[in-house]
Design a protein around this ligand. Structure first.
Ligand SMILES: CC1=C(/C=C/C(C)=C/C=C/C(C)=C/C=O)C(C)(C)CCC1
Ligand SMILES: [Fe+2]
Length: 486
């Protein structure tokens, strides 16, 4: 079998009209923006990991039942330096790279603070974030790149650190009804105190439109949480939100800062500085949005790895949150291109299946409750929260469904009671073949798949004026399977 994941894609700069089978509803109009790795080799050099590839932006313009597709590589500084040198000169998640010895573009690459934190990549390949009227390509470092959503042109490079002290930030921010952005990042070097910082970027600012009046300039710190281990903060990819609370899971999948500080000299990748500590716990931080303070009770759950929060909501004095959980960090291992391209079948088996789990946290813990008692009395879930001594509460999930990833919901229900999860079906292999609509109430699912089709993350678009949560359409970006099988 030939290369499956690691093939370089050509840009489609001029919009090309797609063949539409079936009928696209007339109300479905707009631009669907997608992002992801597109170039995996530069000159003779090759990235090691699928999450390293140079960002390729895609757009699907849907108008009057027709679809036009175009794509363009993000002209990040990383992209430009690599292309100019005709080799990979900027390090990514799974590939440590060294600048061209003749042109030391990284002479200032290392800034010495309390630890050595190298300058990270601006290869923003993971997601697209909307910030007021602006769109940004994002990754998980301190850099985001503004893009033109119409032309996919790359615009300015924004360093989060100019506005808020974070070295890393998620690619999955939340948005409130007014479009304000809420995100979380990790501050590694701020006076030696490693902390998680929740920050808010307003959708609009006074004098918007005037030169220099950017929402980002008005970024404010919402709350910060000191990391349990200053030298090994948790890695996280998303977080949860309800009407009044924020849920942050400090999982035992951690980054070793000392290892990161010496990675460059040792010639190892950032990925090698991340490790899952199966002997540890996952701490649940609940932040009250009204007081901007974390709850004092120490909630925890078993060690696990969570990339995607699905949704969360409040019900009768409890906070419920649904996540896709793994028993280990094998997902990252699996996306090494060497694993994906050789003996694909043997190498691409996840050692733990992504599972939709529901957790329940009591918002008021009765100090006098008996040790060992279950504090969750909700008839709607079997999730438990067991009172322990020293104000600790151990949360055990309800297992909802196995074998799904890339979850999306009708975002109008974000933080509120909801019924439907739209996701890609993945069992032991990372290649999804179907999309699922899962009903968390009846616990039943509907599946859709077609031969020779490989779906990406499904996005739910509600019908204008919809009453029902599932009144709308799911849009999925498909790759013909033959391309994968060549
Ligand atoms: C470059 C870089 C990083 C990149 C992480 C990436 C690119 C993660 C992608 C995750 C995805 C796509 C998860 C899906 O579930 C780190 C480790 C944050 C920190 C060091 C520098
Ligand atoms: Fe994600």
């Amino acid at each position: 079998m030939d290369i499956i994941f690691g093939r370089n894609k050509k840009e489609q700069r001029e919009p090309v009209r797609a063949t539409v089978t079936g009928k696209i509803p007339s109300w479905l109009q707009g631009i669907l923006l997608r992002n992801g790795p597109g170039m995996h080799t530069v000159g003779e050099t090759r990235y090691n990991h699928w999450f390293d590839g140079l960002a390729l932006l895609h757009s699907f313009t849907i108008r009057d039942g027709e679809v036009y597709y175009r794509s363009k590589y993000l002209r990040s500084d990383t992209y430009n330096s690599n292309i100019e040198a005709n080799r990979i000169v900027v390090s990514e998640f799974g590939t440590m790279a060294y600048p061209d010895p003749c042109k030391n573009i990284f002479s200032k690459a290392f800034s010495y603070l309390s630890h050595t934190i190298p300058d990270f990549t601006d290869n923003c390949l993971i997601n697209i974030m909307r910030c007021g009227e602006d769109f940004y390509a994002t990754t998980e470092t301190n850099y985001i790149r503004k893009i033109n959503p119409q032309t996919l042109e790359t615009l300015e490079k924004v360093d989060y650190r100019k506005y808020v002290a974070v070295n890393l930030a998620t690619s999955h921010p939340h948005y409130d009804a007014a479009g304000n952005v809420l995100n979380i990042g990790t501050s590694i070097v701020d006076k030696g105190k490693t902390k998680y910082v929740i920050f808010k970027i307003p959708a609009t600012v006074p004098g918007a439109g005037k030169k220099g009046q950017k929402p980002l300039k008005h970024t404010e710190v919402f709350c910060s949480i000191t990391a349990r281990s200053l030298l090994s903060p948790s890695y996280y990819h998303s977080f949860g939100i309800t009407e009044n609370y924020i849920i942050f899971l400090e999982q035992p999948f951690r980054m070793d800062i000392l290892k990161m500080a010496t990675a460059y000299i040792r010639g190892v990748s950032w990925a090698s500085c991340l490790a899952f500590h199966g002997e540890d716990k996952t701490y649940i931080h609940i932040i009250d949005q009204r007081t901007r303070k974390p709850m004092l009770t120490k909630f925890y759950m078993d060690p696990m790895v969570i990339f995607h929060h699905v949704n969360a909501y409040e019900e009768d004095g409890c906070l419920l949150f649904d996540v896709i959980a793994y028993g280990d960090s094998s997902l990252y291992q699996l996306f090494y291109l060497a694993n994906l391209n050789q003996n694909f079948k043997d190498n691409s088996r996840l050692t733990s299946v992504p599972t939709l789990k529901r957790f329940a946290v009591p918002l008021h813990v009765d100090k006098n409750a008996e040790v060992g008692s279950n504090l969750i009395k909700l008839p709607s879930t079997t999730a438990r929260a067991l009172k322990e001594k020293d104000d600790q509460v151990y949360c055990q999930p309800e297992l909802l469904l196995e074998g799904l990833e890339l979850p999306r919901i009708n975002y109008a229900h974000n933080g509120k009671r909801y019924r439907y999860v739209f996701a890609a079906e993945v069992q032991w292999s990372p290649i999804p073949t179907k999309i699922i609509k899962y009903d968390v109430l009846t616990k039943s699912s509907l599946k859709w798949g077609e031969e020779h089709c490989w779906p990406a993350e499904p996005l739910f678009v509600p019908t204008p004026g919809a009453q029902d949560e599932d009144d709308g359409n799911s849009i999925v970006f498909m790759s013909p399977k033959e391309r994968l099988r060549e």
